[in-house]
Ligand binder design. Structure first.
Ligand SMILES: Nc1ncnc2c1ncn2[C@@H]1O[C@H](COP(=O)(O)OP(=O)(O)OP(=O)(O)O)[C@@H](O)[C@H]1O
Ligand SMILES: [Mg+2]
Length: 222
């Protein structure tokens, strides 16, 4: 066990014409392997910007970012893409499933992209589908599933490659509160079985389901 993630004095500024917007201000944070952390903050506080940096989807202006012993702030775009594909599973508010594909086809996708055979991919995917409790629905398309079930498919897809980090941006944001609670229960189970999770939310009740809350406001961690 050790730090999976260390950010030190991370700054991010957006420039729009003449205007400079200092969105992340000297962010320092550490996340250990096996932790379940939420980043809580109001709209515009910089949560998605921070998530994009943690998820290796955006670069920082200054500071350092270490992920699993690698100095991400020194990485090229292609190195970042590789790290992202190999080590991070993403979960979004709106599921981002491919509508023409069944649940199973959506879930095997990341494995096929890594060169796994279809047969192996299906075997591996079945384990993730079982973990999220959707074995009965794996031949259904997203339009034939409820919002909560679609989010379970998205979680199974994020898990199927056994990433070092699960990164979720408002995963319950599109769900009613009862369904949202079931998804949070699933996150808790996944964390209990060893998955490291970082979740972004503006909802303090959602944040309370995690082990540790990092509050962000106006680009600063409190
Ligand atoms: N690509 C961009 N170019 C310019 N400004 C941006 C860009 N992305 C975000 N911003 C600005 O940076 C600030 C933080 O945005 P961010 O999306 O990180 O907030 P957030 O906490 O995720 O908000 P929300 O809860 O509404 O999703 C906002 O003022 C936003 O307008
Ligand atoms: Mg956001």
């Amino acid at each position: 066990m050790g730090h999976l993630i260390t950010l030190e004095n991370v700054n991010k500024t957006y420039t729009m014409g003449e205007e400079r917007l200092h969105v992340l201000k000297d962010i320092c944070l550490e996340v250990e392997q096996g932790e379940y952390v939420t980043i809580l903050g109001p709209s515009g506080s910089g949560k998605s910007t921070l998530m994009n940096i943690i998820g290796c989807m955006d670069t920082l202006d200054s500071g350092t970012y270490d992920f699993d012993g690698e100095a991400v702030h020194t990485f090229s775009d292609s190195q970042m893409t590789l790290l992202r594909n190999q080590k991070i599973g993403f979960i979004f508010q709106k599921y981002h499933l491919i509508p023409q594909y069944t649940a199973l086809q959506n879930i095997i996708m990341p494995l096929l992209l890594r060169g796994m055979t279809r047969r192996e991919a299906i075997e591996t995917a079945k384990e993730s589908i079982h973990l999220v409790g959707l074995s009965e629905r794996m031949m259904h398309r997203p339009s034939e599933l409820s919002g909560g079930q679609q989010q379970r498919v998205a979680i199974a897809r994020a898990l199927v490659t056994r990433p070092a980090l699960l990164l979720a941006d408002e995963p319950t944001g599109a769900l009613d509160s009862a369904t949202g609670k079931e998804i949070l229960k699933l996150f808790k189970q996944l964390n209990d079985s060893g998955n490291t999770i970082i979740m972004i939310t503006h909802d303090v009740n959602v944040a309370r389901s995690s082990q540790r809350i990092l509050a962000i406001s106006d680009g600063q961690i409190q």
